[in-house]
Design a protein around this ligand. Structure first.
Ligand code: T4K
Length: 377
């Protein structure tokens, strides 16, 4: 089969070549390519407006944005070093916590939407707990009210990993309005992207200053540096891509919705197959298409489905398998049997191809292959 017929789990959305060229044209005049240039500043303002937050501080990528907000909020500085978080996520979430010298304490997730289960958080809180880092996984919104109540009761910071959730709204309110801060990834695989990029959305003027300093080596003026920061700045070519893509975002989301609904309508007919429609009151961004296969009922495993699709040149992904707590880099420090719902999900979930221009014929073909795998076993 020719290479172009491969269907991958996603495909980056892009503006037209002409639109991007037009957007970057003036960089040849200004020669200002990075370090909070004009496009960076414009993108920052436009995103803040889109998300309806006072601050949207931009970064080179989402992972470094998450590390930076952990630093800027000084987690761990008072001796409390434990962070309650989910193992059902991309490895970045856990790595950011560990790389900043903190200890992840893994909490199980909910059956219905795979986000942190607030009913299981309190039992994990100790005098060393300093924060909760929940993940709006696949763009599914965490139980933000319950998490806020727990954080208030125990004096904990809440940093949302909202890598998947750009554009999601909860009863009309932007998803960035919850917690002390939310990190969004603007990676090429995301609904809205700047090639590589990330941001921290929040409402604190003080945090914004600190983030801008941490992001720029910890420099506080031309002759002073108060923190041992790194270089996490977004460049002008990335910001230009963000500016172009932001113009088309709402249209992209509408197209993705059509694709998702086609999948859901077909797949939820199959016994032992669970799809994840947006919950009541959620305006989704249709970021991912997770499907959970119960092998006892479906008659085949997630891996069987993944293999059958691959045999047809269709490359779904096992986001998020394994649980981050099971990765070898943590040397067996964590016991994933303590998060049984997450453990089972990680073994049963497959994220199917999803992007705005995926044809409905291809969706039908994918669903038909999935259906045949179930019947065959
Ligand atoms: N927190 C969470 C919960 C996250 O999911 C992520 C990132 C982060 C934090 C960190 O944010 P960033 O630092 O990345 O901003 C991909 C993405 O690279 C990663 O951003 C994303 N999560 C993760 C879930 O997926 P891989 O290793 O699966 O990517 P890769 O290279 O296999 O690409 C997946 C598919 O995307 C390809 O099959 C085709 C398509 N693709 C990929 C690239 C690179 C494109 O269409 N265009 C492209 O340029 O991690």
């Amino acid at each position: 089969m020719p290479e172009q017929q491969k269907i991958l789990v996603t495909r980056s959305s892009m503006p037209s070549f002409e639109e991007y060229c037009e957007e970057i044209r003036d960089l040849w005049d200004t020669r200002w390519l990075t370090n909070s240039g004009a496009k960076h500043e414009r993108l920052k303002a436009e995103i803040a407006q889109y998300l309806n937050v006072p601050h949207a501080d931009l970064f080179v990528n989402g992972h470094n944005a998450l590390e930076c907000v952990i630093e800027a909020l000084e987690l761990g500085k008072d001796g409390r070093t434990e962070v309650i978080t989910t193992p059902f996520t991309f490895i970045s979430t856990t790595n950011a916590i560990v790389r900043k010298g903190l200890t992840p304490v893994f909490c199980d997730v909910k059956e219905n939407d795979y986000t942190l289960d607030p009913a299981k958080i309190e039992a994990l809180i100790t005098p060393k707990t300093c924060a909760i880092v929940p993940v709006h996984v696949y763009g599914n919104v965490c139980d933000v009210d319950a998490i806020a109540a727990i954080a208030k009761k125990y004096n904990l910071k809440v940093i949302y990993d909202a890598a998947h959730a750009f554009g999601v709204r909860v009863n009309g309110e932007g998803v960035a309005s919850f917690g002390d801060a939310s990190m969004f990834s603007l990676h090429a695989t995301k609904v809205f992207h700047s090639i590589e990029g990330g941001l921290v959305a929040h409402d604190s003027d003080e945090l914004s200053v600190r983030l801008s300093q941490w992001r720029n080596y910890g420099i506080t003026s031309t002759e002073t540096a108060d923190y041992v920061g790194g270089n996490l700045k977004m460049n002008e070519f990335a910001a230009a891509m963000g500016l172009c893509n932001l113009r088309h975002l709402e249209g992209e989301i509408v197209k993705r919705k059509v694709v998702c609904e086609r999948y859901w309508d077909a797949l939820e007919q199959l016994p032992g197959v669970k799809v994840c429609r947006p919950a009541e009151g959620i305006q989704s961004n249709y970021a991912y298409l997770p499907v959970v296969f119960d092998p006892q009922v479906f008659g085949a495993t997630r891996d069987d489905v993944c293999d059958a699709l691959a045999a047809n040149n269709i490359f779904a992904r096992k986001y998020f398998y394994p649980l981050t707590s099971d990765f070898a880099c943590y040397g067996g420090a964590f016991d994933s049997s303590l998060t049984p719902v997450a453990k089972r999900l990680a073994g049963q979930v497959l994220t199917l191809p999803l992007y705005a221009d995926l044809s409905l014929e291809d969706v039908d073909r994918i669903c038909s292959i999935v259906s045949q795998v179930g019947k065959a076993c």
